[in-house]
Ligand binder design. Structure first.
Ligand code: SF4
Ligand code: SF4
Length: 250
């Protein structure tokens, strides 16, 4: 499934004279999920205090770009991109370049990953990407849990917008719920017991230090699962953040 399938507009010729940008350059890099949302989407997606919010000013739309499946990581490997936050650094540069090619005169403001307080799942809901799951991860109708939010920008563009419903969740039709039994900590039930999950991840020789066994057995979008190197990178980063947070709290 391509992202064009996931967020294709009902009027591909454009609504009210608006056009749809060409996402093919981003698709080729693995940044294959895109949504153009109205600025009003941010009314629901700000978690920060009003004082930390960006003034609406001249902004017109919210551009949300994500990755579905392992192809973004493959691009990074092929290009030898390593170091700190390689996915973020690469994605922001790629989306900035793409925006400059599609709307050369439009200004933009990077919200994510630059700022905190953005409720990505709310944006995902509006884009049709997000349904809840017991893993506390969003479920995309095509990619399952194997997708991620990479860049959110406010822009001065006037493109065709993509607000749509996500449909039913894969979890609703998953009678056997293998994620529940696969979790060695018993942290997965109707939701995720985050404290229990964190304690298990931080325990010595935990199999969950750099992976999530419950996520691995989920059948939704299993063919799009991230490769081991990407999982190790992402879960390793989150484990370091958790350990740091725990140290400061103690
Ligand atoms: S295993 Fe089933 S219930 Fe668990 S996250 Fe996947 S689809 Fe949802
Ligand atoms: S990381 Fe481990 S403890 Fe946490 S939900 Fe996944 S399987 Fe369970």
């Amino acid at each position: 499934m391509t992202n064009a399938d996931a967020v294709a507009p009902t009027d591909p010729t454009g609504a009210g004279g608006r056009r749809r940008p060409d996402f093919s350059g981003l698709d080729r890099l693995g940044l294959n999920l895109h949504a153009i949302l109205p600025l009003s989407a941010m009314d629901r997606a700000w978690r920060g205090k009003p004082a930390t919010r960006v003034e609406r000013g001249h902004w017109r739309q919210v551009v949300v770009v994500g990755n579905g499946g392992p192809s973004l990581w493959r691009t990074l490997e092929q290009r030898g991109i390593t170091g700190n936050d390689p996915i973020d650094r690469f994605s922001v540069q790629a989306v900035s370049d793409w925006l400059a090619s599609q709307a050369p005169s439009a200004r933009s403001l990077l919200l994510y990953p630059a700022q905190s307080g953005i409720d990505l799942q709310t944006l995902g809901r509006l884009a049709g990407w997000h349904q809840p799951s017991p893993l506390m991860l969003g479920m995309h109708p095509g990619w399952g849990s194997w997708f991620g939010y990479r860049v959110v920008m406010l822009t001065e563009t006037d493109w065709v917008e993509d607000v749509r419903a996500a449909g039913t969740s894969a979890c609703e039709g998953c009678a056997s719920r293998p994620c529940v039994t696969a979790c060695p900590a018993g942290a997965v039930g109707t939701g995720l017991d985050l404290a229990r999950c964190i304690a298990h991840r931080l325990s010595p020789d935990s199999p969950c230090a750099t992976d999530c066994l419950a996520r691995l057995v989920c059948p939704a979008g299993a063919e799009h699962r991230y490769c081991e190197a990407q999982r190790k990178h992402s879960y390793g980063e989150s484990l370091r953040a958790i350990a740091h947070w725990r140290e400061r709290a103690d």
